[in-house]
Design a protein around this ligand. Structure first.
Ligand SMILES: [Fe+2]
Length: 277
């Protein structure tokens, strides 16, 4: 599947675990981004400034994220070490690849919450979903309540290859059904890169935009990073999320916390803080 398999392929830089190595690798690219150059590099990785993470794949064995409960615990322990207190994890609901339901997500959440307790991991875990916009989703909307991130706000994604021809209609239907769409990682939809007004149109339609933190690190390539920087600079984003699937993603997140990219998040009014419990 395009959006999942492309992650690892596009990341051409060897992951480093230490902050100093990260700054050597990525620091040279920051020359034109001087806004935070005068600030010191953060000494310890700490994302507590965000309050909560609202996009990840940490439930065991139900999508392309954590493989089993041990994997889930390892990832959640790392998130706690990175300063997160609240996680709203978002398994895919994509009928062709990850046919999750409210029930499969609820069951996996209960198992994971119990394991968190037994292993004394200091983190609050809740679950919503990352819905793929397709015909199944439209039918689901008519059948049952969707799993929301906050109030009526629902995280959605769509094809990374082609702009869905019925995107506007689907988003409108969500709104008339009482939901507010949060568009996951809009910077990753390369068909929007040709016309940045598309992002403004989404905002004008009442959608919220969610930045993938790794986009700022260049994890998905230079073009995605450039668009993410532009949208961030223009104040277009509402939420940020790790979209973490595995330990490699968290290694990048850890390294970013000790780079000057940290300040781009720390100084932006993301809505994540209202998700904390
Ligand atoms: Fe995701």
């Amino acid at each position: 599947m395009d959006c999942y398999s492309r992650d690892s392929k596009s990341f051409r830089v060897e992951i480093c675990l230490s902050c100093s190595m990260f700054s050597k690798l990525f620091g040279k690219k920051k020359k034109e981004e001087s806004k935070y150059d005068h600030l010191p590099l953060p000494e310890t990785p700490d994302w507590s400034v965000l309050g909560a993470d609202m996009h990840s794949h940490f439930l065991p064995g139900i999508d392309d994220g954590a493989k089993d409960i041990n994997d889930s615990l390892l990832l959640l322990k790392t998130m706690a070490e990175l300063g997160y207190k609240t996680i709203i994890t978002t398994p895919h609901i994509f009928v062709d690849y990850h046919p999750n339901t409210t029930e499969t997500i609820g069951a996996a959440l209960a198992i994971t919450q119990q394991a968190i307790k037994e292993n004394n991991i200091d983190i609050t875990l809740r679950a919503a979903a990352e819905y793929y916009l397709d015909d199944y989703f439209s039918q689901l909307m008519d059948k049952e309540p969707l799993l929301a991130i906050y109030n009526n706000e629902v995280l959605v994604e769509f094809s990374m290859m082609f702009e869905p021809p019925d995107l506007a209609q689907t988003l409108f239907k969500m709104q008339t059904s009482g939901y507010k769409p949060i568009i996951a990682h809009p910077e990753r939809y390369q068909f929007f890169h040709r016309n940045l007004d598309k992002y403004r149109e989404l905002k004008d339609r009442g959608c919220l935009l969610q930045l993938n933190m790794l986009s700022i690190a260049g994890y998905y390539g230079a073009a995605v990073k450039t668009v993410a920087e532009q949208l961030l600079e223009k104040g277009m984003y509402d939420y940020c999320g790790s979209d973490a699937h595995h330990e490699k993603h968290l290694s990048v997140l850890r390294a970013m916390a000790c780079s000057r990219d940290y300040y781009k998040f720390a100084n932006y009014p993301f809505l994540n803080s209202r998700l904390s419990t």
